[in-house]
Design a protein around this ligand. Sequence first.
Ligand SMILES: C[S@@+](CC[C@H](N)C(=O)[O-])C[C@H]1O[C@@H](n2cnc3c(N)ncnc32)[C@H](O)[C@@H]1O
Length: 196
Amino acid sequence: MPERDPKKFDPARAHVLDAPERERYLPTDQLVALLELQGDETVVDYGAGTGRVSRAAAAALGDSGQVIPVDESPEMFARLREALADDPRTRPLHITDNHVPLPDGCADRILAANLLHEVRGESALTEMRRLLGGAGAFVLIVDWERGRDRDSGPPDELLYTAAEAGEELRAAGLVPDVLDAGLPFHFAVKATREDG
Ligand SMILES: C[S@@+](CC[C@H](N)C(=O)[O-])C[C@H]1O[C@@H](n2cnc3c(N)ncnc32)[C@H](O)[C@@H]1O
């Protein structure tokens, strides 16, 4: 069997993404609130995992809005599709090599929760920039922050600080704004297109 990439989420731990205690340090409603949805947006949930946040974001949309959860892991994608099968406002897509089969500028919001450290060295942020629309559209990156005092989450050596995340976004042609989200273990950065 090929060796697992240590920075990538292990699908055998998928239950952790749905654990109720996660609400204590990363409330789903707070993530959705940070997306500032009006109801008619197209939201791409990049690295959607089990679809926990996708489902909550879809519930905040009206009939003209949609959430497109994407994931590269075949195991996670199978779970995602099953978890969201009853939700007509979601349209899960399996992706490979950071190629999302959607047109340029189609996304009003792109959420990447607990993903950034898994895509270090990949073209994920460039792909997000391609997908991102113009005025009012933004990417929301939320991830475990290196250096926070905690006893769960990925090892510190895999993680970014908020400032480093901002540099990665800038390198991908996005303009970062570090938010004061008050999360105990995570940073939150909102980013728009340089030319948006
Ligand atoms: C730690 S989980 C987070 C899941 C979800 N965002 C959440 O907060 O519950 C990271 C997910 O991103 C997926 N992933 C990692 N790299 C990816 C990539 N380059 N493209 C798409 N999905 C990716 C993994 O398969 C995994 O399901």
